[in-house]
Design a protein around this ligand. Structure first.
Ligand code: PGA
Length: 226
């Protein structure tokens, strides 16, 4: 079963999130979903997704994780703070975190460590250039417990995804560095993405940004992946 990970990034206020949840629940209510859906809203909106997460195969995730345990780390949100939300996944090392927040491979390794301690599966995002250094920053045990998302910066938010050939070639590099981990692709995945990509048995899931923001577009995308 493929994982479809919706990354809302810093979009939407409370009213817009409530509307999203209502429209999405209505769309899926009579459908048998054959994908594993992971919704990663902004942190203040997590509680609005509890009704969704009780439905079918829908899990809750976060877009980032503190690299530190509970303690005096002003502004950071870590696993202890999230306990009541039953978070199953955490995106870590997204290119926007690396670029705008200057996160290093070691910072991301610390986040992976925190997630694994708390039983949360980290979804480690990498570009081609980061594969080996990011894998080397993790322990052997940590490498076995992550999912890895190939996220080519030149295809994020542009409307055109990478080619299937390139996505599958990068999978080989990632699995050489990390081992036989679940392999996710992210970068302009939307309902118009080539069906050979959306239905490829060699891709274990997709990380979706822009195309998750409208619940009907997201639902249409899900129906093309099933
Ligand atoms: P996009 O974002 O779907 O808007 O390209 C993907 C991502 O940032 O992971």
């Amino acid at each position: 079963m493929k994982h479809i990970i919706a990354n809302f990034k810093s979009n939407k206020n409370t009213a817009e999130i409530k509307e999203w949840v209502s429209v999405f629940l209505h769309a899926i209510q009579h459908q048998a979903l054959s994908t594993s859906i992971v919704l990663c809203p902004p942190l203040p909106h997590l509680s609005f997704f509890e009704s969704v997460s009780r439905t079918k195969n829908i899990a809750l995730g976060v877009q980032d994780m503190s690299p530190f345990p509970a303690g005096s780390y002003t502004g950071a949100v870590g696993t202890k703070n999230l306990e009541e939300y039953k978070i199953q996944f955490a995106i870590v090392g997204h290119s926007e975190r690396r670029r705008y927040f200057h996160e290093t491979n070691q910072d991301i390794a610390n986040k992976v460590h925190e997630c694994i301690q708390a039983g949360i599966t980290p979804i480690v995002c990498v570009t081609k250039e980061e594969i080996n250094a990011q894998a080397n920053a993790l322990t052997d045990d940590e490498r076995k417990k992550v999912m890895v998302a190939f996220e080519p910066i030149e295809h994020i938010g542009t409307g055109t995804s990478d080619s299937l050939t390139n996505i599958l070639e990068t999978k080989k590099w990632i699995q050489t560095a990390f081992g036989d981990v679940p392999y996710i692709y992210g970068g302009s995945v939307n309902p118009s993405t080539d069906s050979t990509i959306l239905q490829s048995e060699d891709i274990d899931g997709f990380l979706v940004g822009s195309a998750c923001l409208d619940p009907e577009v997201f639902y249409t995308l899900l129906s093309k992946i099933q």
